[in-house]
Write a protein that binds this ligand. Structure first.
Ligand code: AMP
Ligand code: ZN
Length: 475
């Protein structure tokens, strides 16, 4: 497949080190709060990418970390650990917070049809791997100790800002407004590998290390977890675009310094979901979650559909109006699929091959999911039998995971129920009309008998100036 690579700023063929096998790493959530639907946009797009690569026949192994230590409240090294903030907010321990929000994250993933990666590793599970990596970096001269912390020395690299052409000063964390300069750093872009000293002394989780009791920096976890589970050569690394700098830039610096060779050749970044007033962010306190959408009556898969309608490299603006449009389109599509007959006809191989080819062209061109969805409508219009249409929709939905056939089934059932209810209404209306005629003919015994019969059916009549209306008793 051709996939845009942030590293080369080009759409490129995605290559694997071992033919037929692909290793994929995803930066996981920081579990100090619920994931917001912006975070989940990234995970939805990464999920479609993984499923598409499998569809193309690759044997994918995917690993993801769960950040439960070390991610500070500024991406520089001066803030407080986000996990600790979460624990304080809820009067719980850090590990309780981590469990609560890891479970909540996977619950959201389940609702959004996001597959769980084969390997999921909490950052606190690999402390010895970080210590080993940092020791090697120290031995090789890529790291130094200052003020009790171990820093990565970006001055030792030929090129540190791998993702950007901009002037280095514009990007350096130290000169961003509102971020304090850490006096221990040799270079402004240096970052912490291991903390033993921080101005926040109440860090809850600490581990013994050759440099004293402390905890890892945020970036080292992804390098170490990736190397541990996916080996020294990684084929594809994913994350939201805000991770490109400094997180991924630092991952590349330390991984390649540690390994002594290039590490990951292809970087996939999902652009942000924004609200009308800017980027969605957990640290802002109020944010949209999947549960909130459900409370408002939206099927989580409608949100997935909404995300897939846009390209992952474009910012996406979330409004309820946009989501309503997606819900209407999703409902109509499901209803149309529900209208296909369930005939048991043989697969029309020729039509299937042509549709498959178009799906590969759309999705294989930088994951054009919007075109992938358009193709679903083309399947419905295709000149072939309904059995083939159903089979192709099921095949493509194996990648898009919109639950369309299930939704179609549900929509079909609801329609049948409505029809049954309408038929029931027809009978009631006929009885009401008969009662009116009886009353006109002063046959009150007959009118009362009809009223009793309706009452037995759970129908309550009401005589109004506009005529007789009825309600059904709740069962
Ligand atoms: P975090 O839980 O903050 O570590 O973020 C989890 C993932 O969500 C990372 O890959 C981020 O880059 C990504 N992310 C954060 N904010 C957004 C957003 N507004 N839209 C899309 N992805 C986001
Ligand atoms: Zn990461």
């Amino acid at each position: 497949m051709k996939l845009y690579n942030t590293l080369t700023r080009k759409k490129e063929e995605l290559r694997t080190h071992v033919p037929g096998k692909l290793t994929m790493y995803t930066c996981g959530p920081t579990v100090y709060h619920f994931a917001h639907i912006g975070n989940l946009r990234s995970y939805i797009m990464e999920d479609v990418l993984e499923k598409y690569l499998r569809y193309e026949g690759l044997d994918v192994t995917r690993a993801m970390n769960i950040t439960d230590v070390g991610h500070l409240s500024s991406d520089a090294d001066t803030g407080e650990d986000k996990m600790l903030k979460g624990a304080r907010r809820e009067h719980k321990t850090v590990m309780e917070i981590a469990k609560r929000y890891t479970d909540a994250f996977f619950d959201d993933c389940r609702k959004l049809n996001i597959k769980r990666p084969e390997i999921v590793e909490p950052a606190t599970g690999c402390i010895q791997n970080y210590i080993h990596m940092i020791e090697v970096l120290l031995n090789k001269g890529y790291a130094y100790e200052a003020g009790g912390n171990i820093y990565f020395d970006t001055g030792k690299l030929e090129k540190y800002y791998v993702f950007h052409d901009h002037r280095e000063e514009d990007l350096a964390v130290g000169v961003r407004e509102g971020v304090e300069e850490d006096e221990n750093k040799r270079n402004r872009a240096d970052f912490v590998l291991w903390f033993t000293k921080s101005k926040f002394e109440d860090q809850e989780l600490k581990w013994e290390s050759p440099w004293g009791l402390g905890y890892p920096g945020w970036h080292i976890e992804c390098s170490a977890i990736s190397v541990r589970y996916l080996g020294e050569y990684l084929d594809l690394h994913c994350g939201g675009i805000d991770n490109a700098f400094p997180h991924h830039t630092n991952e590349i610096a330390q991984s390649e310094a540690y390994l002594g060779h290039p590490w990951c050749g292809h970087w996939f970044h999902v652009h942000h979901l924004n609200t009308g007033d800017g980027k969605m962010s957990k640290s802002k306190g109020e944010f949209l979650t999947v549960s909130f959408l459900e409370e408002k009556g939206y099927d989580p898969l409608v949100y997935r559909f909404f995300c897939l309608q846009s390209h992952y490299r474009k910012n996406l603006v979330f409004t309820f109006e946009n989501l309503d449009n997606a819900a209407a389109a999703y409902g109509k599509l499901a209803a149309r699929i529900g209208g296909l007959s369930k005939e048991d006809a043989p697969l029309d191989e020729e039509a299937a091959a042509a549709l498959r080819q178009r799906f590969l062209e759309a999705m294989g061109n930088d994951l054009n999911t919007a075109m992938g969805i358009t193709l679903l409508y083309d399947v419905l219009k295709a000149n072939t039998n309904d059995a083939t249409k159903r089979a192709m929709l099921a095949e493509f939905d194996g990648v898009l995971s919109l639950g369309l056939l299930e939704a179609a089934e549900k929509a079909g059932k609801a329609q049948e129920e409505d029809a049954a209810a309408l038929e029931g209404d027809g009978e009631i209306l006929a009885l009401i009309e008969e009662r009116q005629q009886a009353r006109k003919a002063k046959d009150f015994a007959r009118a009362d008998a009809i009223r009793d019969r309706l009452a037995a059916m759970g129908v309550v009549l009401k005589d109004t100036p506009a005529g007789v209306t009825f309600t059904r008793e709740k069962k």
